[in-house]
Every structure is written in structure tokens, then in C-alpha cells.
Design a protein around this ligand. Sequence first.
Ligand code: SF4
Length: 334
Amino acid sequence: MIPLSQPQWQTETWQQQLSGAFRSLDSLLAALQLDRAQAPYPLDCEPGFPLRVPQAFVARMEPGNWFDPLLLQVLPQARENEPSPGYSLDPLEEARSNPVPGLIHKYRGRVLLIASPACAVHCRYCFRRHFPYEDNQPARADWQRAIDYIAAREDISEVILSGGDPLALNDQRLKELVLTISEIPHVERLRVHSRLPVVLPDRLSSSCIAALSESRLQTVMVIHCNHPNEIDADLAARLGELRQAGVTLLNQTVLLTAVNNQPDTLCRLSKKLFNVGVLPYYLHVLDRVQGSAHFELSDDVARALHVQMMETLPGYLVPKLVREDPAIGYKVPL
Ligand code: SF4
């Protein structure tokens, strides 16, 4: 961990931390005591998908380690620019399930709202790294169109807030959105997919927790945690408050070469998640988005890792190993 005595970001609001996130390669490398000239792999110094990483996440990286599993998730590498056969800009073909701006409807009974196009962190493996967010900027009028779409379809019982990251919304807009959704009688559940609590735990402020938990809806939060080193005392405390407020906590992990492709890492992740009140839910193989091929594991390796998890852990700590297939309306078990 970085030996920072009372670092300034720890005294800042989550919004200040968000705007103070590292955006330049040199400042990130300097914070980690890494010399760009010594990089053991070629870096991308002007990535099309920009570097972005909050200091709270960097504080969990090991200084001087080019292969830190948290760093590898956010550091732009030159090989992201190599075209890879079989990889596309929109691997899940979401553009064809986008009936109104800001809304994706591909699963029966559930819709996904792009609540915010912004993210606190730019994960290099992100399947939405090329998503046309500029066409899906959810202005209030678009939210109304999305809400009208949901209200007109009584089979929709669950609304999933996604992004970008839905917790990039401020608490007032988040509260408004949750309350508006809760006024649609046939919606029973609200699911929030967010990596923000992991990379910036202070985002789970008491007003955020209230916004998420005080409606009539059953609320599920799926945090996106990929490595046990991502779980620290701050995150554990915030998740505890969220759970106390009645929110069900689940996790999904993406299998990533050099980050979490070891059985011991995955088992430790499951145990640590459970210790902080989060059930391991999905273990995803990579969505084949251009720029991410260096993270991929073969299906055989993924299955072998999953078997090792089953051999080691009680069943409730073994997430389902799945792939997303744009032609199939559910996550496909491998
Ligand atoms: S937080 Fe999620 S949506 Fe945002 S860049 Fe990372 S993987 Fe993509």
C-alpha cells in the first residue's frame, strides 16, 4: 500500500475525489513510484479510451509493482490498439436492443437504464468502452421516455441501473430516479450495477444509501469486484451500512489474465466478499471488445478454474461461470 500520511483525498468529498482522479499516465506512475522508461510492457500514452482512476483505488496498489493486479486493470497498454479477429466494438450488440435513448431492453421482464454515461474508473477490459454514450446521454426528457416505455409494459418487473456507472449521478438525481421508478406499480425490484463503491468507497454516503434503500422497491446492488486486494476496511464499512439498510449485495467478477486467473485468488475473493456481506454471483468470461484481447482466458482454462473453486469452497461461495451471448436472452453457463 502507498505510504501516504493523511493523504489529501481522504479528507475530500466523493465528488472532489472523483474530479481529482488520475487522468495522466505520468501522474499515476509517479504516485506508484514507477519509471515509465522501465515499463516491462509497451504503454499507450494517448489512449482513445482515456486513463481514469481514483486515488482511493490507487492507494490499494503496491508501489513499484508493474504487475499489480489492480494497476493492470486500469493502465493503458499499447496492445489495446492491435486489432483482434473475433473482437468487435459492440460485442453484446446492445445497439439493436436500444429502443429509446438511455434504455436497453434485451432480457425478458427486465430493462437496463443507462443512468449516467460517466464512470469513476476506466477499466481497460470494459465491454462498453466504445458504446455511443454521446447518443445515450440521459437528459431528463430521455428519462421520461424511458420511464414511459417501462410504464407501458406490465411484464417489466425489474429495472437495472447501469452506465457508465449509475452512482456517478448525484444523490438528488439518484433519489428522483429511484422514486420515479418506484411509482410504476408493476416494477418490483431495482438492481444497481456499480463499480464505484469498489474504486471510491466514500461514494456510499449516507444520503446515497438512503436514496437507494428508502423506496418501496426491493433493492439489489451488484458491485463489480475482480480481486481480493480491492476489498479494504473502508469498502467493508460502507457495504455494511448498505446491508444494514436492507440492500441485498451481490458481486460479479470478470475473469482477466494476469489479474485473477489463479484459483487461490478467486477463492480468496469469494471468501473476502462473503466476509463483508456480499454473495459471489457471476464469474464472467470476457466480452470480446476490441482492445481487451490480452485479458482473455480460453474457455477450458475458465472451466478448470471454476472446478478448482468448486473443489475448494462451499457451494454458496462459488459464482456461476457464464458468458453473455447477444443472441440469447440470459447469461449462458459455460
Ligand atoms: S466501471 Fe464498468 S462501465 Fe465503467 S469502465 Fe469499468 S467496466 Fe466499464
